[in-house]
Write a protein that binds this ligand. Structure first.
Ligand SMILES: C[S@@+](CC[C@H](N)C(=O)[O-])C[C@H]1O[C@@H](n2cnc3c(N)ncnc32)[C@H](O)[C@@H]1O
Length: 295
């Protein structure tokens, strides 16, 4: 019997076990469903400022160079990054492939250049157009590894020679890679009221989190330099790529970028070129498209 697997839209042969291709396919479908959830809208509408000190530090590094220049912001969700980026320049374009989140952004920021577009195919945008192309909040981790390469190629194409790309990505060597539903158990506090509140919150979250985690765990895979694993966000509702510092640097360089800086999310400290690893949960990468094609 070939059971239909929930509403992922494709069939899995449980007798053979799931193939690597199932994991790569599932990742895109699971995440697109998560972005359309009520929880995603609620969370993205609430967030307004920097997600972490590393994001702020990376922004400060690129700010002077990108002031008053054309900026492309990929995966804007409900628009958290719009006011942050527009501090730099009003020559701003934002895109997202989730119509529901984009509608929130359009309602909050009418009259801006906001487009419904998938970062894997940005042919509607001109080549060599932007001084900065950014994909914030680990959005690039939400597509499979081949598609990640497509996105980075597109980011390279639309960035002008000498311009910058900036994105963050989950770190397989960071603590978040070990997350399981145990993370949601209430933390002890001697204050009975607070402990009671934390317990109620856990009771509310755990059933859906356990359900999602169990469904998504079948897609977990480890590869050379990266892994596919469910992440705690949206009640363990997303399945993402975790890569390593060394692998991400290698991938960027293989696509023609020059890596300029890497920041850890937690302390916002710059991670040196020689570091073989980092324990940050995610990393912010700034890379440059060379001004002249490399021979
Ligand atoms: C983690 S959310 C972050 C939203 C927003 N940048 C923020 O920081 O609040 C990731 C966003 O990336 C978008 N996204 C993921 N993959 C995408 C793709 N291939 N093309 C365009 N948008 C994408 C999702 O729709 C979602 O809005």
């Amino acid at each position: 019997m070939r059971p239909r697997f929930g509403d992922y839209g494709f069939e899995l042969d449980e007798s053979k076990g799931n193939t690597a291709m199932d994991s790569q396919l599932a990742l895109d479908q699971i995440n697109q469903r998560a972005w359309n959830s009520r929880d995603a809208s609620r969370e993205f509408l609430r967030s307004e400022s920097w997600i972490d000190p590393g994001e702020k530090a990376a922004f400060e590094q690129i700010a002077d160079e990108c002031r008053d220049q054309p900026l492309l912001d990929i995966g804007i969700g409900a628009g958290r990054t719009i006011p942050l980026m527009m501090q730099l320049s009003s020559n701003y374009t934002g895109i997202d492939y989730t119509a529901k989140l984009l509608d929130h952004a359009r309602t909050r920021y009418p009259n801006l250049n906001l487009h419904h577009m998938d970062a894997r195919d940005m042919m509607a945008l001109q080549t060599d157009a932007f001084a900065l192309t950014a994909f914030s909040c680990n959005g690039i981790d939400c597509v499979n590894y081949e598609d990640r390469v497509l996105i980075l190629r597109e980011m390279f194409r639309v960035t002008r020679p000498g311009g910058l790309v900036w994105f963050s990505s989950h770190n397989r060597d960071g603590a978040g890679f070990q997350d399981s539903v145990l993370k949601l158990l209430p933390r002890f506090t001697p204050n009975p009221l607070r402990y009671g509140w934390r317990t109620l919150r856990a009771i509310r979250k755990l059933p859906l989190a356990c359900y999602n985690y169990t469904r998504h765990a079948r897609f977990h895979r480890n590869y050379e330099g990266y892994s596919i694993k469910t992440a705690a966000a949206h009640f363990f509702g997303i399945l993402i790529i975790y890569t390593t510092l060394a692998e991400q640097r290698r991938q960027l360089e293989s696509l023609g970028f020059v890596v300029e800086a890497v920041y850890g999310c937690g302390d916002g400290k710059r991670i040196g070129e020689d570091a073989r690893t980092s324990d940050a949960t995610w990393l912010h990468f700034i890379a440059r498209k060379p001004a002249h094609p490399v021979a």
